[in-house]
Design a protein around this ligand. Structure first.
Ligand code: HEC
Length: 314
C-alpha cells in the first residue's frame, strides 16, 4: 500500500460532515490569505516565496485539465456510484485547484500585481477552488448531481482562467490576436507616410513604444500610479495625478512630462530599465501635438524598442 493509497483511504473514511469541514477550512484559508497577503502592487521578498508564486502559471494548468476530463470519465463509466477513477480525478482536481490558487495569492502579493483585473482573477480563482471542492463533496451523490457539480466547477474555473488569460495575453484573448504578435507581424516594420496612405501613429509608433517600455508597470497586471497605458482611452483617462495624454498640451500630458525630467529625478519614467531615446521622446511630443511623425523619427523610435533591455539604473 503506497502513501497515496493511505491518503485515499483516509479521505474515503471521512463522513460527509468531516469532508465538508475539510473543504470549508481549506477554502477559508485561501480567503484569509487573500486578505492577509493582498495584491496591492508591492514587490516583496523573500525571493523563495516569489519563486513559489511564479509556479502559479505552471501549477494551474494541471488541475484545470483534470477538472475538464472528469465528466468525460463519468460518461464513459456511467455508474450511478462514482467509480474510483472519477473519485481520484475529482479529488485531485479540487486539491490541485486549491494549490494553484495558493500559489496565485503568493504570486500577486510578492510580485507586485494590483488592479481590478487582478482582483477579479483572484476571487474567480478562489470561487473555482470552492466549486471544485463542492464537486468533490458531491461524489457520494448520484450520476446527475455529480455531473452538475462538475459542470458548474468547470464554468467557474473557465471564467477565472479567462480573466487570467487576458491578464497574461491582453484584453480580448483568446479571440483577438495577441498584441505582441500584432506589433511584430501585422504592422509594417518600416512604416511609411509618403505613399499617400496616412500611418496610424498611435497604433504603429506610440503603442509599440509604450508596450516595450511602460506597459509592464502600467497595464492590466500592474497599475502603478493607477495609470494604464495599454490603450489610447486609458492614456486620456490617466492616473492619480491626471491625464497622461492631453491632445495639444505637452505640459499637461504626463506621458511626456515624466520622460523628459532629469533622469535622476524620482519621478523620471521608466523608473528602471531603458530610458526612452531622443527619437522616442520626440515621437511622443509630435503625437501629443497632433503632428504626423516623420518617417526617420518613427523608424528610429521603433528600432530602439527592439534594443535589448539594459541593466536597471541605480
Ligand atoms: C518599473 C516600473 C515602471 C515602468 C517601466 C514605468 N513606470 Fe511609470 N510609474 C511607476 C510607478 C511606481 C509610478 C507611481 C509613482 C510615481 O508617480 O512616480 C509611476 C507613475 C507614472 C506616471 C504618473 C501617474 C499618475 O497619474 O500618478 C506617469 C505619467 C508614468 N508613470 C509614465 C510612464 C511612462 C511614459 C513609462 C514608459 C516610458 C513608464 N511610466 C514606465 C513605475 C513604472
Amino acid at each position: 500500500m503506497t502513501p497515496l493509497h493511505r491518503i485515499e483511504e483516509r479521505l474515503r473514511s471521512l463522513s460527509f460532515r468531516q469532508a465538508f469541514g475539510l473543504v470549508a477550512v481549506a477554502n477559508l484559508i485561501l480567503i484569509g490569505l487573500a486578505f492577509a497577503l493582498p495584491a496591492d502592487g508591492g514587490e516583496r521578498g523573500p525571493a523563495i516565496l516569489s519563486v513559489l508564486g511564479n509556479f502559479h502559471i505552471l501549477a494551474l494548468h494541471i488541475p484545470a485539465a483534470v477538472l475538464l476530463i472528469v465528466p468525460m470519465f463519468e460518461f464513459f463509466e456511467r455508474h450511478e456510484q462514482a467509480t474510483s477513477t472519477v473519485r481520484r480525478l475529482s479529488v485531485f482536481s479540487a486539491a490541485g485547484t486549491w494549490g494553484a490558487v495558493l500559489c496565485g495569492i503568493f504570486h500577486a502579493h510578492f510580485n507586485g500585481f494590483e488592479g481590478d483585473a487582478v482582483q477579479l482573477h483572484l476571487w474567480g480563482g478562489i470561487a473555482a477552488s470552492i466549486f471544485a471542492g463542492i464537486a468533490s463533496l458531491l461524489l457520494s451523490q448520484g450520476f446527475l448531481l455529480r455531473l452538475v457539480g462538475q459542470v458548474v466547477a468547470i464554468g467557474v474555473m473557465s471564467f477565472a482562467a479567462h480573466v487570467g488569460g487576458e491578464l497574461q495575453h491582453g484584453d480580448g484573448f483568446p479571440f483577438k490576436p495577441n498584441k505582441s504578435v500584432l506589433t511584430q507581424r501585422d504592422v509594417p516594420p518600416t512604416p511609411v507616410v509618403d505613399n499617400g496612405q496616412k500611418r496610424d501613429d498611435y497604433a504603429q509608433v506610440i503603442a509599440p513604444i509604450l508596450e516595450a517600455h511602460c506597459v509592464e508597470c502600467h497595464g492590466a497586471k500592474k497599475v502603478k500610479g493607477k495609470l494604464r497605458m495599454d490603450s489610447l482611452e486609458a492614456l486620456k483617462k490617466g492616473g492619480s495625478e491626471g491625464s497622461a495624454f492631453v491632445p495639444g498640451d505637452l505640459k499637461k500630458s504626463l506621458m511626456h512630462v515624466r520622460v523628459t525630467l532629469d533622469p535622476s529625478d524620482e519621478e523620471f519614467m521608466p523608473t528602471e530599465g531603458n530610458a526612452l531615446t531622443k527619437d522616442q521622446v520626440q515621437a511622443f511630443a509630435l503625437f501629443i501635438e497632433g503632428k504626423p511623425i516623420p518617417d526617420d523619427v518613427a523608424k528610429a523610435a521603433i528600432a530602439a524598442t527592439k534594443a535589448p533591455k539594459q541593466a536597471p539604473k541605480k
